[in-house]
Design a protein around this ligand. Structure first.
Ligand code: C5P
Length: 234
């Protein structure tokens, strides 16, 4: 039964340094097309039906954000990020609660440096998970053969790639469940590189939703060069 668009909140962790880009500023402020990377990323969500509000988690002393036009957008709030990505996301969830979000509301966590998300993939994620008891994430089956390295940089083994996926974002979970999972995982000192791994830590199995492989995260200089040559398919 269709009851209109799924309503959701968005958390954009953007408090990292992005040292692999070797740039003079965090990667989300590098230019892509006519604006910055983070503005292109926010465009994927603004104007979408169902969006309740969006929080951007930034370093407390970030001087670049206030210069952007979207800093004036009333749908967007700024929160101070934390030590690790998971701390930043937790701070974002707190900011959403302060804005009136409910524990059972859906939250989509999406990397600031992933500007090529299509509306089709966003809608596929929302529609696939709308009634899911756990939630899940956009992901892409690995295409290349995988190698596990030893300490000397030689191949130790070749895992069966047929069951491996690359974890992309958005990752979509219920606010209260994600907050509890992140809190538990961080408290135990577990390695939490994405939201799904925190959910896994508490024994849940997030659903993999196959997305486009060009929804890449800008990590290295060549990623930005690649994106600037490929306009987003709409
Ligand atoms: O370094 P990596 O590309 O994996 O970071 C993913 C996202 O998490 C980036 O958008 C980065 O700004 C964010 N992050 C954060 N707080 C941290 C570390 C990373 O919000 N302490």
């Amino acid at each position: 039964l269709m009851t209109g668009p799924v309503s959701y909140w968005v958390v954009i962790p953007a408090a990292g340094i992005g040292s692999r880009m070797r740039a003079d500023r965090p990667k989300q402020y590098l230019p892509l097309g006519d604006r910055t990377l983070i503005e292109q990323t926010l465009d994927c969500f603004l104007g979408q039906p169902g969006l309740n509000g969006l929080v951007v988690c930034l370093a407390a002393d970030d001087p670049w954000w206030p210069e952007l036009a979207c800093a004036q957008d009333r749908r967007i709030v700024r929160a101070d990020g934390g030590q690790e990505r998971a701390d930043s996301v937790l701070a974002g969830l707190q900011a959403l609660l302060a804005r009136g979000a409910g524990m059972a509301d859906w939250v989509l966590v999406h990397d600031a440096a992933r500007p090529n998300l299509t509306q089709e993939d966003l809608h596929k994620l929302l529609a696939t998970l709308a009634d899911d008891p756990v939630g899940g994430l956009l992901a892409v089956p690995v295409r290349d053969t995988l190698k596990c390295a030893d300490a000397q940089g030689r191949v130790a083994s070749t895992p069966d790639r047929s069951r491996y996926w690359q974890a992309y974002t958005p990752q979509m979970f219920r606010l209260g469940a994600l907050r509890d999972a992140l809190t538990q995982a961080l408290g135990a000192g577990a390695v939490v590189t994405d939201e799904a791994s925190a959910m896994e830590y508490v024994g849940l199995a997030p659903r993999l939703v196959e997305g486009r492989s060009d929804n890449i995260k800008v990590t290295r200089p060549e990623d930005l060069q690649w994106l600037s040559r490929h306009s987003k398919p709409h």
